[in-house]
Ligand binder design. Sequence first.
Ligand SMILES: [Ca+2]
Ligand SMILES: [Ca+2]
Ligand SMILES: [Ca+2]
Length: 144
Amino acid sequence: MNVKTAPFGGVAVLLSLACMLNPTLVSAQAKDPVQLISEADANGDGTVSWSEVVSMRMKTFGRLDRNKDGFIAASDRPRGAFGARFDEAFTNVKSQFDANGDNRVSRTEMLDAPAPVFDRADTNGDRSLSAKEMAALRSTTKKK
Ligand SMILES: [Ca+2]
Ligand SMILES: [Ca+2]
Ligand SMILES: [Ca+2]
């Protein structure tokens, strides 16, 4: 084995290329639902309210519905380098929110969609995840 044939760390470059070319691989790592829910805590008070989840969905929707026609669809795909990023997000959003299977996600589909992770974590059913409920959620999903 001759290490000198790969002076620029050829293996690492190949690996990162493979990740870029394989969006499903990347999204499988990036879309941890627990992490997503933690990010919904917009006011940083340690609890995640349902309205924070909804406003996060609104934000995602606004970002992906680039042509502002009220649907996230293939027509929103940007040209150039961001196309692949869009595809990744679109695939993800579609698998979660395209309830009627028409290959696009309407605002209603996104906002009215159930949130199984949220519901499961909300053990006292007050439509809000307290710091304690968040901690419980993290610890149950951590162990495999
Ligand atoms: Ca909050
Ligand atoms: Ca659109
Ligand atoms: Ca749809």
